[in-house]
Design a protein around this ligand. Structure first.
Ligand code: ZN
Length: 142
């Protein structure tokens, strides 16, 4: 970890949408667009690539909760369909929009804390014995 900054909890950094190193600089430049670097400590955010992770987790989590609401409402009250349009759809859309930023920030912070990156194939120099190798020097940041 960095000598100047104490390690942050990725969940805390995610909920507050802050830099995973210093916890002070903003992580986002737009709604879901990451800033190029931290405005406080200068951490370059090029390492950050959560890909479809935030969308998957938010879709799954919000979907389960809202569909449970939908099913309960339908079975218990059996309301007209406009009630579902007035309650279920706004809950789906609003829940996803509210949760996307902190979940993306949490995943970026987790990438930083765990030094996660794509796996690489690396030859060990002998024909037929090459394979997946873990480069400890790059993983430790030295
Ligand atoms: Zn920072």
């Amino acid at each position: 970890m960095d000598a100047i900054h104490a390690p942050l909890n990725p969940v805390w950094a995610g909920i507050h949408c802050r830099c995973p190193r210093c916890g002070e600089g903003k992580l986002f430049a737009g709604f879901l667009t990451l800033a190029k670097a931290c405005s406080r400590c200068g951490l370059d955010y090029n390492f950050a690539d959560p890909a479809d992770g935030p969308a998957f987790f938010v879709m799954s989590g919000v979907g389960i909760v809202v569909i449970a609401w939908f099913a309960w409402l339908e079975v218990a009250v059996h309301p007209p369909v406009w009630v579902h349009f007035a309650t279920t759809f706004p809950m789906l859309i609003g829940g996803c929009l509210i949760a996307l930023r902190p979940v993306k920030a949490w995943l970026v912070a987790s990438q930083y804390v765990n030094k996660a990156e794509e796996g690489r194939f690396e030859s060990i120099g002998k024909h037929g014995e090459g394979g997946f190798a873990f480069d400890r020097r790059k993983a430790s940041g030295d």
